[in-house]
Each structure stands twice: as structure tokens, then as C-alpha cells.
Design a protein around this ligand. Structure first.
Ligand code: NAP
Length: 498
């Protein structure tokens, strides 16, 4: 028997660091780390100790023989990763046993910092991995700031409510909220309550982990019509974001088209087609659940400009969609190339995951009144125009096909917004930096999506934070940042006054 990693893998490699036999790969020091969709347990080396399952922050690891029906494919998925991988050879990195002995410190932080005083702006995963690094590996004091009155960032307001295991990572982060060297300042917005310069003047260093909170626009004709909206807004709506009204989305149409097929598009399609009873008891906003109960939506179309081999979703998320009961998944085979790509795809590839999915050449003139709600995957279709006069009534796509729909949702990626006082690259929607150091602003750093752009799941932020905190500590050692006089009450006074 062995353990297997399953759908909710966050890739943050906590499991790798506790495995006594080095049987979980890729490890952070291997070249394919960060490029695979998840981490995998080698069933031949696993000694069944369960340390990985205990340490996993998102409850993704189970003994193979206790996998539920929907998770059973993961036994094979874990094993398949090792099929072509060379077995560990003598001289390969040793297993991850911790070498006990005197502590070894990579750097000596100059004593004039006594200790380093760092502000971290943003309480999402990127900010919290930076906080964790600072609190666990240095004696720093941290001021943790968020513009919202509730901490959590994208874990609280981005992860779908039907993914409770993923949301659980919020508990791991929340442990640090009560750390004796951390002070929380919630409801404080940089640029409104305190300026970048004021924050910098009161801390030795400031790390911005402000994410990518706005939506990319496509510039399509009709994009401003009522009934056309961004997926970011839908996600904020079902998660009860304080800036999003309870009636943000109109669910009176039978068909909704989502442009894009990344994991956000899948999240939106899943929630809009879910049986509301299955969402009871989750963290979904009560107003959103009430509206879903009276929703008329029968079909969500996921529109992708490329083919099944180039889908943006990850395999585990597609697999979960295909296994849902009472919601059908259908591939629209309007282009013969689509079926060919699926049928000839290499085993284990994204396109091959669609082999058991139903196929149909959808007739858009027929209203979607099937017995079950359904999700249609339409590949090789780019959006051209959102149709309608006073309200969305459809979408025109390549091939001059019109898909009637009452709601068109753009799930084409998030976008960073500028922080007043910091440089900003309009092209990428990020803050320009080198290794996390903000250009032209010594002592100011970035981490997460505002640094790398809006891609990568929760765990990708761990390595990203490690790089940024490493740059900050190197700068402290090299004298590139200097200790600021302690005036700890100033930030509190300033924000209260404003
Ligand atoms: P994404 O993965 O980058 O997907 C964006 C989608 O928009 C792609 O299908 C892309 O198509 C499409 N698109 C972009 N420009 C377009 C255009 N001009 N016309 C038509 N389609 C266009 O972004 P996301 O879904 O917002 O996700 C962001 C990150 O969060 C991803 O790394 C994702 O995996 C992660 N995430 C993970 C989870 C999870 O693990 N459950 C949940 C949510 C988000 P092309 O591929 O053709 O460009």
C-alpha cells in the first residue's frame, strides 16, 4: 500500500519536506518543480508512514486503498509520473531527514536592526508565505496590512466554496495572525489611508503582496452591455466579497457563455451548474446561494480559442468536472479536428482526459432544455462580438456562429492594478522588479501575482516568497537597507485619523 496525492494538491511542497524517504517529486530543487500540475508519490518507494498526509495543508493525500471512487484515478496518476523517471541512483540527494545539530544561519542580520521591522501588504497566500518565512526563519517583527476588514485575500475571496480542502490552507496561514511578533492592520488601504512613502518611513522594509484584483478586458464590441461581466466579479459574488453586490449576476437566462477555459472558468461553470443543496454548509455567500436556488441556468458553455491539447485548465480540475453526478459534460465537435485531437492524444495528456466525455455537435438554435444541467466545452472558437442592444443576447464567435446566451462572462485572466507611488508596467499589469526588489525603490519588495503576473496556484507563492524574502535579507546584510527609527504607533494614529 502507498499514499497518493489527489485533486486539491497545492504544490507548496510541505509534504516533500516531511517525507523520510524522498518519495514525493518533483522536489523544489528539481528542474520540473513548478511546471507539473501537482506533486506525485512514488508508490514503489513510499513506506506508508503517512507523514505527508499529516503535513498536507489542503487534505490532498490519502492511502491508495482508501481513495473514494472519484479519487481512484489518482493512484494511477501518481504511479504514471514515475513510469519513465529514472530510479534514484547512488549520489542522488539524500532523503529529507533533518540533520540534528547546532543551528546554521545563512546570514547574519546586522544588530542595528534589532529586529528587522517589515510591513507586508496583503493577507493572501503570497503575503502569508512571506510572513511565514520572516517569522519562522528570522527574528523580524511584521506589520500585516490588508485593505479589507477580513484577512485571507484570494483564499477567502477567490477559492471556490465547493473546494473546502483548498480553503483549509487559510487555517495554516491564520496561525500566524496571532504570532507575538505580528501586528495586524485590517481595513487599511495604501494610497487612501497611508501612502507608500509613509509606510516606507516607518518600516525597515515593505513587501507588497497585493495580487491582481482586476479583470482583463477583451475590448470586444458589446463588452459593456448589461449581462456581460468578468469572472472576477462572479467569483467575488459567490464568495461574499464586500465590494460586490449580492445581485451582481443575473441568472434568469438558460444559457451562459464563459470566455476562456482556465481553472477560474471551470470554477464559475461548476458553481453556476451546481445543485444548490450541495453548496449548503460551505462558505458560499448566503445571498449567492439564495439566487442560485432560483437560477434558470441550464447550460454553461466554456469557449476556448485553442484546441483540447492546449486547454488552460489543469487535469485534476477537469477530471473533477467530468465525474460530477447529475451535471453532464459535453464536448462540442463542431470541428472534426477536435475529435481527432482527442482520439490521437498521447495517454496522460490533457486532450486524452476528454476521451470518455460525451460528444455532440451542438445545435445552438435549440434551447438548452436537457434533463440535467450541463457544461459544454467548445474549442477552436474565438469570441468576436457580444450581441444585444439593451442586454446581452448572445455571442458571435469565429466561423460566424452566434451562440444565444443571456450572460457572457470573461474568464480571460486577472490583472494587477497600480499601487499609487510605486512603478507599474501597464503591459504586464505588474510592478517591475528584480528578484522581488522594486525598481528604483530600495527597501520595497513585491511577491505573488503583482510580481509574476496572474498565474500559478497557491503553492507557487511559496518559492516566490522565498526569493523575495531572500533578496530583502541579502539587502539588510549588505547595508542596502538601513534601520529606521521605531515609531510603531504612527501608522495606527495616521490610519485612525484618516
Ligand atoms: P488562465 O489559466 O490564464 O486562463 C485564461 C483563459 O483565458 C485561457 O483559456 C485563455 O486562452 C483565455 N484567453 C485569454 N485571452 C483570450 C482572448 N483574447 N480570447 C479568448 N480567450 C482568451 O487564467 P485563470 O483561469 O484566471 O487562472 C489564473 C491562475 O489561477 C491559473 O494559474 C489557474 O490555474 C489558477 N487557479 C487555480 C485554481 C485551482 O487550482 N482550482 C482555481 C482558480 C485559479 P489561451 O490559453 O488560448 O490563451
Amino acid at each position: 500500500m502507498a499514499f497518493a496525492i489527489t485533486q486539491t494538491c497545492c504544490n507548496d511542497a510541505t509534504c516533500v519536506s516531511v517525507c523520510p524517504v524522498n518519495c514525493i517529486h518533483p522536489t523544489p530543487d528539481e528542474p520540473d518543480f513548478g511546471t507539473t500540475e501537482m506533486l506525485y508519490v512514488d508508490p514503489k518507494s513510499c513506506i506508508d508512514c503517512g507523514a505527508c498526509a499529516d503535513a498536507c495543508p489542503v487534505d490532498a493525500i490519502f492511502p491508495v486503498d482508501s481513495l473514494t471512487e472519484s479519487l481512484k484515478p489518482y493512484a494511477g496518476i501518481n504511479a504514471a509520473f514515475y513510469a519513465d523517471r529514472a530510479p534514484a541512483a547512488a549520489g542522488d540527494p539524500a532523503p529529507n531527514f533533518h540533520a540534528w545539530g547546532p543551528p546554521v544561519f545563512d546570514r547574519d542580520i546586522p544588530s542595528d536592526f534589532a529586529p528587522l521591522d517589515v510591513a507586508v501588504v496583503g493577507t493572501g497566500p503570497a503575503g502569508m508565505y512571506a510572513v511565514e518565512d520572516l517569522l519562522l526563519h528570522t527574528g523580524s517583527r511584521v506589520t500585516l496590512i490588508d485593505r479589507l476588514p477580513v484577512a485571507g485575500g484570494l483564499v477567502r475571496y477567490g477559492v471556490a466554496p465547493d473546494h473546502p480542502s483548498t480553503k483549509k490552507i487559510g487555517e495554516t496561514f491564520a496561525r500566524f495572525h496571532n504570532h507575538p511578533r505580528l501586528r495586524m492592520r485590517l481595513g487599511v488601504e495604501i494610497g487612501r489611508d497611508v501612502t507608500v512613502d509613509e509606510l516606507a518611513a516607518q518600516h525597515d522594509a515593505v513587501i507588497y503582496a497585493v495580487g491582481a484584483s482586476s479583470a482583463r478586458s477583451l475590448g470586444l464590441p458589446g463588452e459593456d452591455l448589461p449581462g456581460s461581466m468578468a469572472a472576477t466579479e462572479v467569483v467575488a459574488w459567490y464568495n461574499g466579497h464586500p465590494d460586490t453586490p449580492a445581485d451582481a449576476i443575473d441568472l434568469s437566462a438558460e444559457r451562459v457563455v464563459v470566455i476562456g477555459n482556465g481553472n477560474v472558468a471551470l470554477d464559475v461553470a461548476r458553481i453556476l451548474t451546481a445543485d444548490p443543496a450541495t453548496l449548503e454548509g460551505t462558505t458560499i455567500a448566503p445571498e449567492a446561494l439564495a439566487r442560485l436556488r432560483s437560477s434558470k441556468v441550464r447550460e454553461v458553455v466554456l469557449l476556448a480559442r485553442r484546441g483540447p491539447d492546449a486547454a488552460a485548465y489543469t487535469g485534476p480540475e477537469l477530471l473533477a468536472l467530468a465525474q460530477r453526478k447529475n451535471v453532464d459534460l459535453v464536448v462540442d465537435t463542431h470541428d472534426p479536428e477536435i475529435a481527432r485531437a482527442i482520439d490521437t492524444a498521447a495517454e496522460g495528456s490533457k486532450a486524452a482526459l476528454l476521451r470518455d466525455v460525451a460528444r455532440e455537435t451542438v445545435d445552438w438554435s435549440v434551447p438548452p432544455r436537457h434533463e440535467n444541467r450541463r457544461i459544454v466545452l467548445r474549442f477552436h472558437s474565438a469570441p468576436l462580438e457580444i450581441l444585444g442592444d439593451a442586454q446581452v443576447r448572445g455571442l458571435r464567435v469565429t466561423g460566424d456562429v452566434s451562440i444565444p446566451a443571456g450572460q457572457v462572462i470573461r474568464a480571460v485572466g486577472y490583472r494587477g492594478t497600480p499601487v499609487p507611488g510605486l512603478p507599474f508596467d501597464e503591459e504586464t499589469g505588474t510592478i517591475p522588479h528584480t528578484g522581488g526588489r522594486v525598481e528604483g525603490r530600495p527597501g520595497t519588495y513585491v511577491v505573488g501575482w503583482i510580481k509574476r503576473g496572474p498565474s500559478g496556484g497557491i503553492g507557487a507563492n511559496r518559492a516566490c516568497a522565498h526569493e523575495t524574502v531572500g533578496s530583502l535579507l541579502d539587502d539588510a546584510v549588505a547595508g542596502e537597507i538601513t534601520a529606521t527609527p521605531r515609531r510603531s504607533s504612527v501608522l495606527g494614529k495616521l490610519t485612525r485619523r484618516r
